[in-house]
Design a protein. Structure first.
Length: 527
């Protein structure tokens, strides 16, 4: 092997060992062969500093029996790969090899992805280590300006999971922040594509669920059925029957304790194939839930579970998801309101044609507006916050970020310049929650500050698409994120984010996710 002067810094740009062609590249090379490209043309796409390989390997692929090889990439996949090169040639080592089983040895890998779905939100993420099955999640999946793109992005995500033929790829949990269409419109499609293990959603009493119904301009029958009986509806759709439905009750105010960090169990590294272990503590939902109409609403609540107060979702004792249901911040239900609204709800449910349904919905809306005011903001403060991050700070981490386009094509992965690091790459979702008052900010701060969670939450999804009514000038400095994600459509509807909120977060690296551009973070870290 050639040796180099010790004073020469190679910076990893000169190969010192063999190069393995990953299955993804094999599929692309086979597709290029079938498309008639010459070996030298193909080689140019896959050889780069630190990864030069012999063109004879392409020649061998030409002559090898394909029964032993992966199937070639589809024409659409190959075209997407070429289109990406024509815009920004990918150069990232991490971006290229992320997800290859065992490539990073015993290091952990994490991916956050905010998909381009316009005025709405779709986030997907995953944790990987060695050859273990990845732990995957989704937070919200809806849009009101680009609903078809939600399904398209979910289709692309499903295909990327590479499930065995005849099976669905696994999603360890799906979290819903609240029940507005721009956050759940793609849920049924998602359940049809994936094997979802847990559906996590905030618990809302009946009068709170029908506050959403009363605010809807056009109440679809399926959405009404969901509001009447969320657990029953989810159990009835394709893919929902086997999922555990876990409601997060309103928080008591006390933050969850720090996890007990015992020694890791079992082997670690690329030969480790144990599934990642998710732990959470739940209680069964009582047969009779206060506020429900007997024999009419919430009939399948007993098939669900309540997350125990103070419990978190714990993965191997090394990573945690901490939910925060701020429903207690909503205006309390006045005495007698539930009894007064119950016959209006029954009338709406009994309506047999669109005209009767509209009349009943108008009457229900008028009663809610008289009691609570007609502000949509008030119902949007009922939202499930969710923190995710390592329990203890990793010893080392390398982070890259990139902008993405519809379909998942990366513009270009590059080293993150916002400051994300081993101690600062946790994520905090807010849905359509509100931090616009001192009491709400204090409750939020008291819940997430202990054990360093708020300090580590450096990727922050800004509340309610950046709406002024849900924020305040103090929020940006309180969270001090290193990436502030605005999921909205600035050109349609409410045209969020509002300018004042954007100005408040401007020092904290604002990232616009809309119907054309998404955002992704990749990280490799070790404890």
């Amino acid at each position: 092997m050639t040796t180099y002067p010790s004073s020469l810094r190679l910076n990893g740009l000169v190969r010192t060992g063999p190069v393995d062609i990953c299955p993804r590249d094999v599929r692309l090379i086979l597709a290029m062969i079938d498309a008639g490209l010459k070996d030298q043309q193909i080689h140019a796409f896959f050889s780069q500093p630190g990864r030069d390989f012999n063109p004879r390997e392409i020649l061998e692929l030409r002559s090898t029996d394909r029964s032993s090889l992966p199937t070639p990439a589809t024409r659409a996949e190959l075209q997407a790969f070429l289109d990406g090169w024509s815009t920004y040639p990918p150069h990232s080592f991490l971006g290229h090899y992320y997800g290859e089983p065992g490539f990073f040895g015993n290091a952990w890998q994490v991916a956050y992805r905010f998909h381009p779905v316009g005025q709405g939100m779709l986030h997907s993420g995953e944790l990987r280590q060695g050859r273990r099955r990845p732990f995957t999640w989704v937070y919200d999946c809806g849009s009101v300006t680009a609903a078809a793109q939600v399904e398209s992005e979910l289709d692309t995500l499903c295909a990327a999971r590479n499930a065995a033929p005849g099976s669905k790829p696994r999603l360890d949990f799906v979290a819903l922040s609240h029940f507005d269409a721009d956050h759940i419109s793609g849920l049924v499609h998602l359940l049809g594509l994936f094997e979802v293990k847990i559906i996590l959603l905030p618990f809302l009493e009946l009068w709170q669920r029908f506050w959403i119904a009363a605010s809807a301009g056009d109440l679809a029958p399926a959405f009404l059925q969901f509001l009447v009986d969320p657990a029953g509806y989810l159990r009835g759709v394709d893919g929902g029957r086997e999922a555990r439905i876990v409601f997060v009750p309103p928080n008591s105010g006390d933050p969850p304790p720090a996890l007990d960090l015992g020694p890791p169990e079992g082997p670690r590294g690329e030969l480790d194939d144990r599934p990642m272990k998710l732990r959470l503590e739940t209680d069964r939902v009582p047969d009779v839930v206060d506020g429900e109409i007997p024999e009419v609403t919430g009939q399948r609540l007993s098939a669900a579970e309540f997350l125990k107060v103070g419990s978190v979702l714990d993965i191997d004792g090394l990573w945690e998801f901490v939910p925060y249901n701020d429903a207690h911040q909503a205006k309390r239900c006045p005495a007698g309101f539930q009894a007064a609204v119950e016959p209006l709800i029954k009338t709406l449910l009994d309506a047999s044609n669109p005209d009767d349904r509209k009349t009943a919905l108008d009457a229900l809306k008028a009663h809610y507006d008289t009691t609570f005011g007609d502000s949509a903001y008030r119902r949007n403060i009922i939202s499930l916050f969710l923190y995710g991050g390592p329990v203890s700070a990793p010893a080392a981490a390398y982070i890259e970020t990139c902008r993405t386009r519809l379909g998942g094509m990366a513009w270009r992965h590059e080293p993150d310049r916002s400051g994300l690091s081993a101690t600062h790459f946790s994520i905090l979702f807010t849905g359509d929650g509100s931090l616009n008052s001192k009491s709400r900010r204090t409750g939020f701060e008291n819940f997430f500050t202990p054990h360093g969670r708020l300090e580590k939450a450096s990727v922050f999804q800004v509340m309610h698409h950046g709406a002024s009514g849900n924020s305040s000038p103090e929020v940006a400095a309180l969270v001090a994120p290193w990436a502030s994600i605005f999921c909205s459509d600035p050109s349609k509807g409410h045209k969020h984010p509002d300018a004042d909120v954007l100005r408040q977060f401007w020092p904290y690296k604002c990232v616009q996710v809309d119907d054309a551009h998404g955002w992704r973070m990749l990280g490799v870290f070790e404890f």
